[in-house]
Ligand binder design. Structure first.
Ligand code: GLA
Length: 367
């Protein structure tokens, strides 16, 4: 990569086909990159300071990219300043920059709008500095920005999906060592559509609950004497005395198995309809064992199934966000109607629905 005085870079949001809350347990996930993207137009700001604008926010935020440390920038610009900090921490040069952000990744919908911004900014910083940063390293830097600078204790799935995504491919990720295998996923080729249904449920207490689930998983692994729940199996569950901790562990252990099963079905070129029951089982596990669903997503899943979906589940961190529903193309209309009617009957705002098809991961926009 040669030094660029300016340019535009992008990184997409993601949908996770299956594998929820497994990424911080050294487990498996199977996300894909969305067509929705964050775009960063960037140029070197001689004389500094760095400035960042967002098409979705008012005003301009100024900070020093070459000295900023955690706590100095908060709010939406923390994702940007955090990338500057994490880039420096990784040993790369960071000049003062002017960055203009624009994103069509829905915010608060569990589609990784923050990872999209982080990865797009990371691409821009690498491009402006003229350094080659591999996709996995970029994702790790972005995760560090999110965990340490922003202070969200997430795993690494979102950033890895954003940089490794490819059209028509799922990113089968082993989060223990960040190995990636691309798996073909082309629903229309099988007369199918994967609908993404944004429940638009109000996100209440999501931050604290996420950390609480993570703590429960760590407590389960410690009680079992394993480094992470990835290393435990169903036979270990009986030895967990605490009912809540046992159910949390059961979700992670069974979810890891479901991810591997879905990846095996799709890698073998089998009919994607075969994954339907695994999507359904994942939802039940998140609802009953991990307790991260809310009425808006449970109702959407039930209505989608009643409308004829071959499988449906909540996707993302939980407590709101999106549902995915795998449907035969001739059931797309009935499934959408069923979900809309169920929402209308409860007086809820209509959900936003779009087809989820795997798209290109982070890159440079050609000028
Ligand atoms: C959020 C986090 C991810 C992952 C999911 C749940 O999206 O950012 O790291 O833990 O929740 O699977």
């Amino acid at each position: 990569m040669s030094t660029a005085g300016s340019g535009a870079w992008f990184a997409p949001g993601r949908v996770n086909l299956i594998g929820e809350h497994t990424d911080y347990n050294d487990g498996f996930v199977l996300p894909f990159a969305l067509p929705h993207r964050a775009v960063v137009t960037a140029s070197v700001a001689d004389g500094g300071p760095s400035r960042v604008w967002s098409a979705q926010q008012d005003g301009v935020i100024a900070f020093s990219a070459s000295t900023v440390t955690p706590g100095e920038v908060t709010g939406w610009a923390a994702y940007v300043a955090g990338m500057c900090w994490a880039f420096r921490e990784a040993g790369y040069p960071v000049a003062e920059v002017d960055l203009r952000l624009d994103s069509d990744v829905p915010v608060g919908a569990g589609l990784s709008s923050s990872a999209a911004v982080e990865c797009a900014v990371g691409m821009a910083l690498a491009g402006l500095a003229g350094v080659r940063v591999g996709p996995t390293e970029l994702a790790r830097i972005a995760r560090r920005a999110e965990n340490v600078f922003v202070g969200a204790p997430t795993g690494g799935m979102d950033q890895m999906a954003s940089v490794h995504g490819r059209p028509g491919r799922l990113v089968f990720l082993d989060t223990r060592d960040d190995t990636v295998e691309l798996v073909v996923f082309d629903p229309p080729a099988h007369g199918l559509e994967l609908l993404v249904i944004d429940s638009r449920a109000p996100h209440a207490h999501a931050g604290g609950e996420y950390g609480a689930r993570r703590a429960d998983c760590e407590a389960a692994a410690a009680a079992l004497g394993v480094p992470a729940l990835r290393d435990a199996g169903p036979a270990d569950l009986a030895s967990l005395a605490d009912d809540r901790i046992r159910r949390r562990a059961r979700h992670v252990i069974t979810e890891n198995d479901r991810v591997r099963e879905v990846a095996a079905i799709l890698s073998a070129g089998a009919d994607p309809r075969e994954i339907g029951p695994l999507l359904d089982a994942s939802h039940v596990s998140m609802r009953d064992d991990f307790e991260i669903t809310v009425p808006h997503v449970d109702v959407a899943v039930e209505a989608a199934r009643a409308g004829g979906a071959v499988g449906a589940r909540m996707t993302g961190g939980g407590f709101g966000g999106c549902v995915i529903a795998l449907c035969d193309t001739d059931r797309v209309g009935p499934v959408i109607s069923a979900v809309r009617s169920a929402y209308a009957a409860r007086g809820w705002a209509a959900p936003v629905v779009f087809p989820g098809r795997p798209c290109e991961g982070a890159g440079r926009l050609s000028s």
